[in-house]
Design a protein around this ligand. Structure first.
Ligand code: PEP
Ligand code: MG
Length: 288
């Protein structure tokens, strides 16, 4: 196996494997970090860094971005954190970036595809995350990954910033159906966890835009077809030792709470306001 796997194997104890059925918070705004801590989050399963940058002007500079993360880390009082690298493009267009790269459509340059187009900007972004969350139990997550080659390229850029011996735990959003069938290859590239981004996974699985009301009826996370995709992926993940969480809206679909936990999902990550409800629901449902 590649050296990344050895590094991962030597890292212990890894926080996220210690706790079962964790309820984590999604953070879209800095205030969400305060809420997450106050409402009893076990950790943070998703920081949407692109929202923290604001919508119009250029992205934040290194120092501003670092300071923002330091602030979030302070608010979280030591909770473990999963930070997603910039997920621009698609439903979060960034016309100010990458002039000349016009196709930022849902099937175009978005998420990690866009980040890989500008390595120096991506390295700066990684530096801000690593510096801002220094001393925090940190997982770094890439969005909208399609191929193991993309994961490897992103990991390489992280390694250039972090150095081989200081690599954070790396993982990815599972949002593209093709990725669900390539878990062994992702694992071989050093991926240690996956988080189902069901908002996008549904969009691409059902070929039904997440921003169109006309086709939203086609997206059904409770359908046998979608559940089979999830079940297949979860079994593969368990076999490969990949940690599993969910951070899309299906994580707080009350019809699916038992489904997720029974699959062996380790954590459900939801908007902070829903944490008490989901914890209570999880206790009430009981089980393993
Ligand atoms: C998702 O796609 O499910 C997700 C959590 O990411 P976002 O909604 O930010 O695309
Ligand atoms: Mg998404």
């Amino acid at each position: 196996p590649p050296e990344q796997l050895d590094l991962a194997a030597n890292r212990s104890p890894v926080f996220y494997r210690d706790q079962k059925r964790s309820v984590w918070a999604n953070i879209n705004r800095i205030e969400d970090a305060i809420l997450a801590a106050e409402l009893g989050a076990d950790g943070v399963g998703l920081i949407r860094t692109e929202y923290l940058h604001g919508s119009d002007a250029n992205l934040l500079g290194l120092h501003e971005e670092t300071a923002l993360y330091e602030k979030i880390a302070r608010y979280l009082h030591g909770l473990p954190v999963t930070v997603r690298t910039l997920d621009l493009g698609g439903d979060k267009p960034a016309p100010q970036l990458h002039t000349g790269l016009l196709d930022q459509s849902m099937l175009g340059l978005r998420g990690i595809r866009l980040s890989l187009k500008d390595p120096s900007r991506f390295r700066q972004h990684i530096r801000a995350i690593l510096n801002g969350f220094r001393g925090v139990d940190l997982r770094l997550m890439f969005p909208f990954v399609t191929t193991p080659e993309e994961f490897a390229a992103a990991r390489q850029l992280v390694q250039e910033v972090a150095g081989r011996d200081n690599m954070p735990v790396l993982g990815m959003m599972l949002e593209v159906p093709a990725a669900a069938f390539a878990l062994p290859e992702f694992r071989a590239e050093g991926c240690e966890f996956i988080s189902f981004g069901t908002n996008d996974l549904q969009q691409y699985f059902f070929a039904s835009s997440r921003t169109s009301n006309d086709t939203s009826h086609l997206q059904n996370p409770c359908s046998p077809a979608f559940k089979r995709l999830i079940e297949h992926t979860s079994k593969e993940a368990a076999r490969l030792g990949l940690d599993l969480s969910v951070c899309g809206e299906a994580a707080f679909d009350p019809r699916l709470t038992s489904f997720w936990w029974d699959l062996g999902i380790h954590a459900l990550s939801v908007p902070p306001a829903l944490i008490p409800w989901l914890k209570h629901r999880t206790q009430t449902l009981g089980g393993a």
